[in-house]
Design a protein around this ligand. Structure first.
Ligand code: FAD
Length: 512
């Protein structure tokens, strides 16, 4: 029987999976399904990234002798029609796609056309499904820390004699610094688009023009600057080297900091490559560990990075798998507000939100704390529906896929579900001021809660606690903040509610 490896668009790897075991002349199927790109108002850089990376991968495989059949069509169904017309009864093999229900949908499409498809393990991760399920058992209340320690032990990363190197599992305390005024972080790399990427960019502009329109605005919401992301294996490896040499040493201390002028700071900028299969988390982790051993990098930075890559990233994948389909529509706090327009336009006088949204409009990226403590935090306090803010993240970010965006946004970001954290990441202006340089020049006063020039984060924060007393007060980790809420008398509470009404009115007329 004939056999074809189907390489899905985010499985661009030859190091693991069926392609790593295929003969060089074996047939490969790739389908570029354009209808996907029309489903959401995607940032154009996301579309350039995915389509260019697929075409680059196709060309590399062909150069190495693979017979790659590459279909540029509207839907997977159209691509499979073409494929099975040419190769009736073919058997396909592919790694199980990460999106919930995707394997079932593909199987139906294939069997409807008389073909067969075998799904094998998705080897783009360190921790297999079997291993996670064995560790977690039937208990659905698993926690990241335990998972991370299990994986550290199992990989032996930063482990000596069964114990964590340095004696601690966690160096978060050393990792919450704010850089001084004179700090000049390394410049993030920019991967000059080659001819193929330029061609894809021109095609995306034409083919999907207006594809990133979002009502009620109409107009093109993104404001794309230079395209900066690697789209090949070679580029991704360069990005890894650049990060380990220049930014990893200070990754730890400054990973929670936000500077208006610095979009990348010391972050890795590797999520796009890992999520496409261009880099394996194992090699990413091991390069960081090599640098730790050979170049004496600070333990807190290397451990902090490891925690993200082998801890959080892998954990999110499994939480998604175990918590779907409920997670996508979870709404623990019954949040029912629509997403403010400034998430699309950046048009707000709140300096932090304007800057972070501006960065997302420009390049489809902002770093973790900006995602969590600015964008999600505002949505959480404002009471935006979790599925709406999830959809926005999915459309706006170059590294977004349903499997990773959903647990991060619905779970961690807006506490639509308590599967990821036991309490919401809710914070007032105080936190943002501590960790950023935004508040100094902001039109809104970080120290005020009520009145027209008070920072909206403050009244929204108290109002959020007040509105959600049930179910949050019961949570022992919320005890301290509720004791502050209890100190507020009815007059103060009424003033907070007034201010929040005012904020909501301003949001409605796009004037916050
Ligand atoms: P760094 O900060 O340098 O971290 C290193 C790597 O660790 C990342 O490349 C990433 O692969 C991994 N990582 C760290 N934290 C997480 C996490 N919570 N979940 C998954 N991987 C993690 N990540 C995505 O890949 N796609 C998303 O769509 C996405 N949406 C997010 C939405 C919200 C609301 C939040 C709070 C986080 C989201 N994240 C998402 C996680 C994280 O913010 C990004 O992975 C990270 O900012 C990517 O940039 P970086 O490569 O510079 O990461």
């Amino acid at each position: 029987i004939e056999m074809t490896t189907w390489v899905l668009g985010d499985q661009l790897t030859r190091d693991v999976g069926p392609l790593s075991r295929a003969d060089a002349d074996e047939r490969v199927l790739m389908i570029e399904a354009h209808a996907f790109a029309r489903k959401l108002p995607y940032h154009p850089h996301k579309l350039v990234l995915v389509f260019s990376a697929m075409r680059q991968f196709r060309d590399e495989l062909r150069a190495d002798g693979h017979d790659v059949e590459y279909h540029q069509v509207e839907t997977f169904g159209d691509g499979l029609d073409d494929h099975f017309d040419a190769h009736p009864d073919d058997s396909l093999v592919t790694m199980t796609p990460a999106g919930h229900g995707a394997a079932d949908r593909l199987e139906t499409l294939v069997t409807e056309r008389g073909g067969e498809i075998e799904f094998v393990a998705d080897e783009r991760f360190l921790c297999s499904i079997e291993r996670f399920d064995e560790w977690a058992g039937d208990d659905e209340r698993f926690q990241h820390e335990g998972f991370y320690r299990m994986l550290r032990r199992e990989t032996g990363y930063l482990i000596e004699d069964g114990e964590p190197v340095g004696g601690e599992w966690n160096y978060d305390e050393a990792n919450r610094e704010f850089p001084g005024d004179e700090y000049d972080p390394p410049d993030p790399p920019r991967f000059e688009p080659d001819d193929l990427t330029e061609e894809v960019a021109a095609w995306v502009d034409e083919e999907f023009a207006g594809g990133y329109d979002e009502p009620p605005y109409g107009g093109e919401w993104a404001d794309p600057g230079a395209f900066v992301w690697p789209v090949t294996r070679e580029g991704a490896l360069d990005a890894l080297t650049d990060f380990v040499e220049h930014r990893l040493p200070e990754f730890g201390p400054y990973q929670d900091a936000m500077l208006g002028e610095e979009w990348a700071l010391n972050h890795a900028l590797l999520s796009t490559s890992m999520n496409l299969g261009l880099l394996h988390p194992r090699e990413v982790a091991e390069r960081a560990l090599d640098a730790y051993r050979e170049d004496d990098l600070p333990l807190a930075s290397v451990e902090g990075f490891l925690r993200q890559v082998i801890g959080w990233r892998e954990f999110m994948r499994h939480v998604y798998r175990r918590a779907m389909p409920d997670l996508a529509t979870a709404n623990l706090l019954n949040a029912d507000h629509t997403l403010p327009n400034f998430y699309w336009t950046g048009d707000t006088e709140m300096a932090c939100l304007a800057d972070v949204v501006g960065s997302v409009r420009e390049r489809g990226y902002s770093h973790h704390i900006e995602r969590l403590m600015v964008l999600s935090n505002f949505a959480l306090l404002y009471g935006v529906r979790p599925d709406e803010i999830n959809r926005w993240f999915h459309a706006a970010y170059v590294d977004a896929y349903h499997w990773v965006t959903t647990p991060n946004v619905v779970g961690m970001g807006v506490f639509g579900s308590d599967r990821l954290s036991t309490k919401p990441y809710a914070a007032s202006a105080n936190y943002i001021d501590d960790m950023s340089d935004y508040c100094g020049d902001c039109r809104y006063a970080k120290t005020k809660t009520v009145g027209e020039n008070a920072c909206p984060f403050n009244a929204l924060y108290w109002d959020f606690l007040g509105r959600n007393e049930d179910p949050l007060r019961e949570n022992h980790r919320m005890g301290l903040v509720y004791s502050h809420w209890d100190d507020k008398d009815s007059e103060e509470r009424a003033a907070i509610r007034d201010r929040v009404d005012g904020i909501r009115e301003l949001v409605e007329v796009d004037d916050l």
